[in-house]
Ligand binder design. Structure first.
Ligand code: PLP
Length: 429
């Protein structure tokens, strides 16, 4: 089949056969990391961007926390096992994955709640400005929170939505002298398009504004360099590429220069300078800890902590290179084997412009993805018509790509996605 013109991949000559893929696996400097995950036999898991798989170290670590620390140590484990320090300790393990200092990342709450806290903190640092620039296609929770914070503050803040899919130049053009804040998700959850974090951070600063980056589809997918880019604030997920488990605590980043100046939107006792002083008046803790709210979720943090062991010995440059090579190879295989039957490639053709995911728009995307999942290729569907495949560099093999495309071709050939039972939508897609 001839690939459609828009499907032209960027790489010079990516692997186009299973044998070529097997050779790429042999040469893969990250191949050692796959053994750090439990992956069901025969299943091709291309959804680590939605829920990372179980790292082999997690069940025993969770059992130890439950049996010993909780079961035997009981309340004494807050001190003896340093449960109280988990948000900072886990944050320090996430920090190198996003180019942050160990004292600049806190593991806490959900991405949404962290975003709320940082929106308020950032707006308070630009009190004379009213405009918040974001993208119309931003992830819904980001959109809702921007709107919500504007309403809640009641001081005339207003969002300015640049067009869905706007490029860096269009976003820069929206920054004006009244712009307090730029709020962006670096990798678009539907298309995988990746924004230039350093360039947009510099542009916002030049306009006198601050930036909050949502790294939900960046952290753990490729190297992120927050400090090298001069970033102010960031949030990200624990359960996607960081493999912390369903509903894992998220993280937030505050550059050291802002830490003593950020306002606290949710002044809970865990963010107090002396939580066990039980004082009547709130006094923020020094540094990042003031952004804690309530009691840390110890079991969730323990799972995330153990999961982060999977990153030992993983070089950031290898991560980025593998994300690009996996996505290039997949696009190439799909173009060769499926051509237009795959749908329309909605991810950038240039690997440096996309995260670790590849998406196709297809009119039958929902039933097709259900049929693919039944055939052992787990990706996901994103409304209205997107087939999304994530390629977590830590455990995805190149041969998985060849096998996934084979199974996709077989589904299309058999028309198995046309079955009635694949038309009904589940609660979680
Ligand atoms: C997954 C995702 C989130 C998730 O937020 P939660 O509060 O963890 O549910 C936020 N932002 C983006 C861009 C995401 O992709």
């Amino acid at each position: 089949m001839t690939p459609a013109p828009h499907d032209t991949p960027s790489a010079a000559a990516p692997a186009a056969s299973r044998e070529a893929c097997a050779r790429l696996d042999e040469a893969d400097p990250l191949a050692f990391a796959r053994g750090r995950f439990r992956l069901p036999e025969g299943l091709i898991y291309l959804d680590g961007n939605s829920l990372g798989p179980l790292p082999t170290a997690v069940p025993a670590a969770l059992a130890a926390v439950a049996e010993q620390e909780w079961g035997q140590g009981l309340i004494g484990s807050w001190n003896a096992a340093d449960w109280i320090g988990l948000p900072e300790r886990v944050g320090a393990r996430i920090a190198p994955l996003v180019g942050a200092g160990p004292n600049e990342v806190l593991a806490a709450d959900s991405t949404s709640i962290n975003l709320f806290k940082l929106l308020v903190a950032a707006l308070e640092l630009r009190p004379e400005r009213r405009r918040i620039v974001s993208e119309a296609g931003n992830f819904p929770t980001d959109r809702y929170l921007v709107e919500g914070v504007c309403g809640l503050l009641g001081r005339g803040h207003r969002p300015h939505w640049v067009a869905d899919g706007a490029d860096e130049a269009a976003i820069e053009a929206a920054l004006d002298a009244d712009t307090a804040l730029l709020v962006l998700t670096q990798v678009d959850y539907r298309s995988g398009r990746k924004l230039d974090l350093a360039r947009l951070t510099a542009a916002a600063h030049a306009a006198g504004a601050l930036v909050i980056w949502d790294l939900a589809h960046s952290a753990g997918a490729f190297a992120v360099d927050l400090n090298g880019s001069g970033a102010d604030f960031a949030v990200g997920c624990g359960y996607k590429y960081l493999n912390g488990g369903p509903g894992a605590p998220a993280f937030l980043f505050v550059a050291e220069r802002w830490q003593e100046r950020v306002a606290v939107a949710l002044p809970g006792w865990m963010g107090h300078a002396r939580p066990f002083g039980l004082e009547a008046a709130y006094a923020p803790a020094p540094g990042l800890r003031r952004l804690l709210v309530g009691t840390p979720p110890v079991l969730g943090l323990a799972a995330l902590d153990a999961a982060l062991g999977a990153w030992e010995g993983v070089g950031p440059a290898d991560l980025t290179a593998k994300a690009q090579a996996l996505t290039d190879t997949f696009i190439h295989l799909v173009a060769e084997r499926l051509g237009e039957a795959a749908g329309r490639l909605v991810s950038p053709a240039d690997a440096s412009r996309r995260g670790a995911q590849v998406c196709y728009a297809h009119p039958e995307a929902y039933p097709l993805m259900q049929a693919l999942i039944e055939a052992g290729v787990v990706g996901d569907f994103r409304a209205p018509d997107i087939l999304r495949f994530g390629f977590a560099p830590l455990f995805t093999r190149y041969v998985d790509l060849a096998d996934a495309v084979d199974r996709w071709a077989a589904v299309l050939a058999a028309g198995s996605h046309r079955q009635e039972r694949f038309q009904v939508r589940a609660a979680v897609t």
